[in-house]
Design a protein around this ligand. Structure first.
Ligand code: VAH
Length: 315
């Protein structure tokens, strides 16, 4: 039987590229994109789309039944910087969408669920270098608290009700197809756009703020590989650490100047500095590499080359 897929939050930074990847992997009519607003032209024209507020259980259940959905990818969330401005709205969006999909899976109305967590689950007293899979986790941001709570519920629903929910703790993600929104790592995308448009960028983090990062192609491939893995190989049902590279804005600037020698940067740290300072500098992902053979492909040099190439050709 055709396994239909629903992507919630399909217009977001990850959701957009995940929709394209799944429509390429399966037939486009099997992959239903949904969000609270319409997406870009390519997203809207390459397959089915539904306006959907996934905090509304009845509306979600109706879409699941109408399209006979078997798998859900829950990509909707309010990210770290915006969540600090609207804590209750962030908690409602990030948690009630997750509860709705977990309960649909508990009632066997869907078979499988992907839900992204984040390195934001770690806090100021977590070891900052090569942060391990299991360690102190006292997140100091609304977003981090919601992601840590979500991980606990995912593991609970798997252990108690057998729900096949799978999750990855994403670092900052770098992509050119869709702008991120409301994140602390968004500087790592904005900088490329500004380098081409203005030849300079004012960074909202300090030059030596080292954070874990990943190019979007790696991030999408990780979801596809995790979801394809045999269930018995998925030994972690809270969320897997996932790593590719770690760098500072200063290192990123150097990488851009290798392509654009005249590029300049200034630093004006804002409230997002405190968020970034609470997160790891790097994480270790041996569990993902051992359990389902994760291996990243993109480093900073390649990421910068691809970002500038694509942004230039899309100008
Ligand atoms: C944010 N991009 O900045 C997200 C991410 C690790 C950071 O979760 O909030």
């Amino acid at each position: 039987m055709q396994q239909n897929i629903l992507i919630i939050g399909a217009c977001g930074q990850i959701g957009t590229e995940l929709t394209f990847a799944l429509r390429q992997k399966y037939s486009a009519d099997q992959v239903i994109a949904s969000d609270i607003r319409e997406g870009n032209e390519e997203l809207m024209q390459t397959g089915p789309f539904e306006i959907l507020d996934a905090t509304d259980y009845d509306a979600l259940e109706e879409v699941i039944a109408y399209y006979e959905i078997a798998e859900v990818y829950l990509m909707a969330a309010m990210l770290s910087a915006t969540a600090e401005k609207f804590p209750e709205r962030a908690w409602n969006l990030n948690m009630n969408t997750l509860f709705n999909v977990l309960n649909l899976a508990k009632e066997k109305k869907i078979n499988k669920l992907f839900w992204p967590s984040s390195i934001a689950v770690f806090g100021p007293n977590t070891p900052k270098q090569d942060t391990p899979q299991n360690t102190i986790m006292e997140p100091s941001t609304v977003y981090g608290i919601s992601k840590q709570s979500g991980e606990r519920w995912c593991e609970y629903y798997h252990n108690k009700y057998g729900v096949d929910v799978r999750s990855l703790r994403y670092p900052g993600l770098i992509s050119w197809k869709t702008m991120p929104g409301g994140g602390t790592t968004d500087y790592a995308v904005e900088i490329y756009h500004q380098a081409l448009a203005e030849g300079s960028y004012t960074c909202f983090l300090k030059s030596d703020t080292k954070l874990p990062m990943m190019f979007m192609d790696d991030a999408i491939r990780a979801i596809l590989e995790l979801m394809e893995a045999e269930p018995e190989n998925i030994k972690i049902r809270s969320s897997y650490n996932l790593a590719a590279m770690s760098f500072t804005p200063a290192q990123m600037t150097k990488s851009i100047q290798e392509q654009l020698p005249d590029f300049t940067i200034t630093y004006e740290p804002d409230s997002r500095q405190e968020i970034a300072d609470s997160w790891p500098n790097s994480v270790e992902d041996s569990a993902a590499r051992n359990d389902w053979n994760w291996q990243h492909e993109f480093d900073l040099k390649n990421t910068t080359r691809i970002m500038l190439e694509n942004l230039k050709s899309n100008q």
